[in-house]
Design a protein around this ligand. Structure first.
Ligand code: ASP
Ligand code: MG
Length: 409
């Protein structure tokens, strides 16, 4: 007998029929003798609908009231799921975040969980109930309703699993696991049986949007084994754990992430003196623009070209900031491009294998794809290429690093 926390996303509870399907699934776990605590999202589209209502009244809705509003979506699904379970003779009880007492800070719309009171949940489990908790929401010390940011129900699930020391946290969604890359780009992408938290964080932050990033950080920190599964198809999904495979079975590369929302900017001919990097990036940060890759190298003439990437939506703003900075610094000019994309190889196996980078560059060279920027970390190599070569690059690398699913389909 085990204790599981299940999280069902919006598409998994998107209709009454689907909610009944979730109840059937939960009943099976209960009948097998397991304890189950469930976190649910709002029905798909509901959170967006609620935000739309607020935006119809104000283009800057008050954050506290936004949380009162958007938290209602999850209150609907917990009640319906509890009814569906009880109709099947399964004892169940639903709770909002403040009823459980999921204590958060007061940062409305992006609150962080500080503590979860598990006493009531445990008492219900002891009584043989399935406990259903509204995802995405909590309550601050003053009793204000808070929410955890879009996609926050994943974090609720993981936080409940950590607080209850659950055996596993299952995230049920509309895909059957985490793939080596986006199957829409590479039809031979395959589902991974296992991936480490570190790798998942890289895959998630690089654009594979299966899990809310914060939930993966949380799971890694508290070592909660996390499994991503399809809510209506059978299968083992993908397990996200701390364990790395033995070096024999560990693939060198676990997956390929990519991101199209990139733009790059270069300040050319910057004098090579101390303080320049901070003079360039200070104003960029002050304008609330997040910087990703940064590259700088000194030329023989004692000037340097300073290049960095930003999210594409910030491109125009960044260019404006830089044009001013460049003038103040006496730099030659500012150049940039927003038709670029980033491709990253991710894998803990890289730690024990040399030559991954050179193989990557070789594969890209064979396809005649020019690399504009390179950056590396212990478990990741990223390159920036022209956006029009993105798909070609991802496919070629997927094949070269033996990630293709060769099963006949
Ligand atoms: N309903 C919230 C959202 O759409 C939370 C979630 O689905 O995880 O962002
Ligand atoms: Mg969701």
């Amino acid at each position: 007998m085990a204790l599981y926390v299940h999280k069902y996303g919006g598409t998994s509870v998107g209709t009454v029929e689907k909610i009944e399907g979730v109840a059937d699934k939960l009943k099976k776990f209960k009948d097998a003798g397991h304890d189950v605590v469930v976190a649910v999202s709002a029905m798909s589209g509901e959170t967006n609908r609620l935000i739309g209502l607020a935006n119809a009244i104000s283009d800057q809705p008050i954050p506290r009231e936004m949380d009162v509003l958007v938290s209602t979506g999850e209150q609907v699904t917990i009640a319906l799921l509890s009814m569906a379970l009880q109709k099947r003779g399964v004892p169940a009880r639903s709770y909002t975040g403040s009823q459980v007492m999921i204590l958060t800070d007061s940062a409305h719309m992006k609150a962080r969980i500080q503590d979860i009171d598990t006493d009531n949940i445990r008492a219900d489990l002891d009584e043989g109930r399935i406990v259903i908790v509204a995802g995405f929401q909590g309550c601050d010390a003053e009793g204000n309703i808070t929410t955890l940011g879009r996609g926050g129900s994943d974090t609720t699930g993981v936080a409940l699993a950590a607080a209850l020391k659950a055996d596993e946290c299952h995230i049920y969604t509309d895909v059957d696991g985490v793939y080596t890359t986006d199957p829409r780009v590479v039809d031979k992408a395959k589902r991974m049986d296992k991936i480490t938290f570190e790798e998942m964080l890289e895959m998630a932050s690089l654009g594979s949007k299966v899990l809310q990033i914060r939930s993966v950080e949380f799971a890694g920190k508290y070592k909660v084994p996390l499994r991503v599964l399809h809510s209506s198809k059978e299968g083992n999904g993908t397990l996200i754990t701390t364990e790395e495979g033995s070096s024999v079975e560990q693939p060198v590369i676990s997956g390929i992430a990519f991101n199209r929302d990139e733009a790059k900017l270069t300040v050319m001919g910057v004098p090579d003196i101390p303080g320049v990097a901070s003079k360039i990036l200070g104003p960029v940060g002050a304008a609330n623009i997040e910087v990703d890759m940064i590259v700088q190298n000194v030329a023989a003439d004692k000037t340097t070209d300073f290049t960095f990437t930003v999210n594409r939506v910030d491109y125009a703003k960044a260019e404006e900031v830089l044009t001013k900075v460049a003038k103040d610094l006496g730099a030659r000019e500012v150049a940039g491009a927003n038709d670029i994309a980033k491709v990253s190889l991710v894998g803990v196996g890289m730690r024990s294998h040399a030559g991954v980078a050179s193989k990557m560059f070789d594969v890209l060279a064979q396809e005649n794809i020019n690399i504009q920027i390179i950056s590396t970390s212990e478990i990741k190599i990223s390159v920036v290429v022209d956006e029009k070569y993105l798909e070609l690059a991802v496919r070629a690398l997927h094949t070269a690093f033996d990630l293709d699913d060769d099963k006949e389909s």
